[in-house]
Each structure stands twice: as structure tokens, then as C-alpha cells.
Write a new protein. Structure first.
Length: 94
């Protein structure tokens, strides 16, 4: 699995464009999709945080921080956890 595949599947499942995931948009739907894509990239690839950061146009420290935040959201927000699970299932089906 690679970063671009994760972005593409996330964009399809969450109805945002890959350009939105790569961009700096501040709409809730875009931020959620971006956070999930970064989280799943860190979880499912061997890419370094530096490489993931470059791919998402983010500083590598944002990737580490995002991973911790998303892990917390999964534990406390059922709706968010279901979104992550839906994207993850689609990724595992590939």
C-alpha cells in the first residue's frame, strides 16, 4: 500500500478530492479526510514522517501530532471512529 492509494481511497470514501486532502482547506470535511489519510498512511506504510509530511504538504511534526490526535478521537468520537473504520476496510479490500 502506498501514500497515493491511501489518499485516493480516503477521498472516495469521504467525498473530498485528493487535491483537497493535499491542500490547506479548513472545511471540517476536508480536515477530517486529511487527518484520516495521514493517520492511515502512518499506520499502514513504512514511510517516514518526513516523507509523509512532504506528501501532505505538512511539517513532519504535524504528522506525529496528528497521529496522536486521531488515536484519541477514535477512542472518544464514535462517528469519527466509524469513518476511519470505513476507509480502513476499503484499504484492506485492495
Amino acid at each position: 500500500m502506498n501514500i497515493e492509494t491511501i489518499k485516493r481511497i480516503t477521498s472516495i470514501k469521504l467525498n473530498v478530492s485528493v487535491d483537497d486532502i493535499n491542500g490547506r482547506g479548513k472545511h471540517k470535511e476536508v480536515i477530517t479526510a486529511r487527518q484520516i489519510a495521514m493517520y492511515l498512511t502512518r499506520k499502514h506504510t513504512k514511510a517516514t514522517v518526513m516523507k509523509i509530511g512532504r506528501s501532505f504538504n505538512k511539517h513532519h511534526s504535524n504528522i506525529s501530532s496528528n497521529f496522536k490526535s486521531v488515536s484519541g478521537y477514535i477512542e472518544t468520537d464514535k462517528t469519527f471512529a466509524l469513518q476511519v473504520e470505513e476507509v480502513e476496510k476499503a484499504l484492506n479490500a485492495i
